[in-house]
Design a protein around this ligand. Structure first.
Ligand code: ATP
Ligand code: MG
Length: 438
C-alpha cells in the first residue's frame, strides 16, 4: 500500500513518514497541491492524506481536482484546530474523513484503514455489478475461468456435444446456460433434465416420449424432451447416473440425430445441441463397466473441466460482490461490502460445496447483517474452520494478527481467546496492551 502525504510542514511530514515506515506503509511526500497533482498523475496510490492549509493550491482545491479530474482515491483531510468549518467543507466536497492536528498515530492509522477498506469494498461490489452484465451472471476472473470463457466463445457457435465435469456446485449448469446463450440457438429453448433425479422407469419416456397405447396407461401421445428442445439445447445433468440400457439409445441419438418415440415406428430427426454434465469420474465408471466406453468417447469431444472454488480462490471477492448485489435486490437490503477479516476468512475456507455453498453463505450473511458491512460473525463460519487463515508478515505482525482475530472470533472474550491461542489470560492481556488491541 502506498500513501501520498501532502503537507507543507516539513517537520510534521517527516514524522508522519517515519510513523508510516514503522507500519510498513510506503509513502510519497509532496509539499504543495501542484506537486501532489504531478505524483497523482504518474503513480498509483491507495489513499491521500493532505493538509487543508497550504500555500499555493490549498487542500480544498486539490481535493476538488481529485474529485473532478484525478484518480478516484479516498482522501483523509488533516486540519488545525481552528479550521473545523473548512474540514466540514472538505467532507462535503468528498473527502472520506478528516482528522484534527495534533493526533495520536493510532487514530490516524485506524481512520486510514477504514477509508481504504471502504473503498475496496465498494470496488468489489461495483466489479460484481459490471461483470454480471453480458455474461448472464457468470462471474470469474481467474485464469482458469478466463480460459473457460474463451473456450465457450469458441465452441458456442458450433453444434458439438459438450461434456462438463466438475464437483458439485462448481457452476456446471451456469456454464451450460452460457454456452446456450452464446450460440445461435439462444432464442430457442434451453432444457435441463437431472438424469439421477428421474425414476428409471420414467426416464426413457421423459426423454423420448411415447405414442398412444405404447404401454398400459399411455392414453395419449407424449412428446419427449429431445423433441421439446428442438432447435435448442438440452442439458443431460448427472449423465453418470444414466442406466446402461438407456445409454445405448442415447448413443444412437448422438450418432444419428434421430429418435423414436416409445411404441412408435417412425424415425424422427432431431436438431438438439446436447450438453452432458457430471460430478462423477466417468473414466472410473467406464473402468467399472457402469458407463459405456463408446458413449464416453462420443460425449468427450469437447470437455470442460470446471475447477473447484478452492482452485480459483482469486474469484472469491468477485463472487462475494456479485452475490451481495443479487441478495440485496432479492431481500431488499443495502449491504455494501464485507469486512476485510470476513473476506480473508472466506478466502481461507475450503468450500466443499463450492460456489453454491458460497452463495448460500452470502445469502444468510446479507439477511443477518445489521449494518452495511457483512462481518465475520454474519458468516457463521465456526471458529475451527475460520482458523485456517494464512498470515503474512514479520513474526510480530503475525502474532498481532492472530491475537486480533482470536479476539474477534470469541467476541472479545479473553479467556476463550487465550485458550485457543494456548497462552495464559495474563499473557494475552499484556500482548493486547503491547499491540494496542484494546
Ligand atoms: N461463475 C459463477 N458466477 C456466478 N454464479 C455462479 C457461478 N458458478 C456457480 N454459480 C452459482 O452457484 C450455484 C451452483 O451452480 P450450478 O448449479 O451451475 O452448479 P453445478 O456444478 O451444476 O452443481 P451440481 O453438480 O451440484 O449440479 C448456482 O446458484 C449458480 O448460480
Ligand atoms: Mg448442476
Amino acid at each position: 500500500m502506498k500513501l501520498l502525504i501532502v503537507d507543507d510542514d516539513i517537520k510534521f511530514r517527516d514524522q508522519l513518514v517515519s510513523l508510516c515506515e514503522f507500519e510498513h506503509i510506503d509513502t510519497q511526500v509532496a509539499d504543495n497541491g501542484l506537486s501532489a497533482q504531478r505524483y497523482l498523475e504518474q503513480e498509483t496510490f491507495e489513499a491521500v492524506v493532505m493538509d487543508l492549509n497550504m500555500p499555493g493550491m490549498n487542500g480544498l482545491e486539490l481535493l476538488r481536482w481529485i474529485q473532478e479530474d484525478g484518480p478516484a482515491l479516498p482522501v483523509l483531510m488533516m486540519s488545525g484546530y481552528g479550521e473545523i468549518n473548512d474540514a466540514v467543507d472538505a467532507m462535503k466536497l468528498g473527502a472520506q474523513d478528516y482528522i484534527v492536528k495534533p493526533f495520536e498515530p493510532e487514530v490516524l492509522f485506524a481512520r486510514l484503514r477504514r477509508i481504504i477498506d471502504n473503498q475496496r469494498l465498494s470496488r468489489i461490489v461495483e466489479r460484481g455489478r459490471s461483470l454480471q452484465y453480458g455474461w448472464e451472471g457468470w462471474i470469474g476472473n481467474s485464469p482458469q475461468m478466463m480460459a473457460i470463457k474463451a473456450l465457450i466463445e469458441k465452441i458456442a457457435p458450433t453444434p458439438s456435444t459438450v461434456l462438463l465435469t466438475g464437483k458439485s456446485g462448481t457452476g456446471k449448469e451456469v456454464i451450460a446456460r452460457a454456452i446456450h446463450q452464446h450460440s445461435p440457438r439462444a432464442d430457442k429453448p434451453f432444457l435441463a433434465i437431472n438424469i439421477g433425479g428421474v425414476p428409471e422407469n420414467l426416464l426413457e419416456s421423459e426423454l423420448f416420449g411415447y405414442e398412444k397405447g405404447a404401454f398400459t396407461g399411455a392414453a395419449g401421445r407424449k412428446i419427449g424432451l429431445f423433441e421439446i428442445a428442438s432447435s435448442g439445447t438440452l442439458l443431460l445433468d448427472e449423465i453418470g447416473d444414466m442406466p446402461l440400457h438407456l445409454q445405448g439409445k442415447l448413443l444412437r441419438v448422438l450418432q444419428e440425430r434421430k429418435i423414436q418415440r416409445l411404441g412408435g415406428t417412425r424415425d424422427l430427426p432431431i436438431d438438439v445441441r446436447i450438453i452432458a454434465a457430471t460430478n462423477k469420474n466417468l473414466e472410473e465408471l467406464v473402468r467399472q463397466e457402469r458407463f459405456r466406453e463408446d458413449m464416453f468417447y462420443r460425449l468427450n469431444v469437447i470437455r470442460i473441466a470446471v475447477p473447484t472454488l478452492n482452485e480459483r480462490q482469486e474469484d472469491i471477492p468477485l463472487l462475494v460482490g456479485h452475490f451481495i448485489q443479487c441478495f440485496n435486490a432479492l431481500i431488499g437490503k443495502n449491504v455494501r461490502g464485507i469486512a476485510p477479516d470476513a473476506l480473508r476468512a472466506l478466502e481461507a475456507y475450503d468450500f466443499p460445496g463450492n460456489v453454491r455453498e458460497l452463495e448460500n453463505l452470502i445469502e444468510r450473511a446479507v439477511i443477518l447483517a445489521d449494518t452495511e458491512t457483512i462481518t465475520l460473525k454474519n458468516l457463521g463460519l465456526t471458529p475451527p474452520i475460520a482458523r485456517n487463515i494464512l498470515y503474512h508478515g514479520t513474526l510480530q505482525e503475525i502474532e498481532r494478527q492472530a491475537i486480533a482475530e482470536a479476539l474477534l472470533r470469541w467476541e472479545g472474550n479473553r479467556t476463550h481467546a487465550a485458550n485457543e491461542l494456548g497462552i495464559t489470560r495474563k499473557t494475552l492481556i499484556s500482548k493486547i496492551k503491547l499491540y494496542r488491541l484494546e
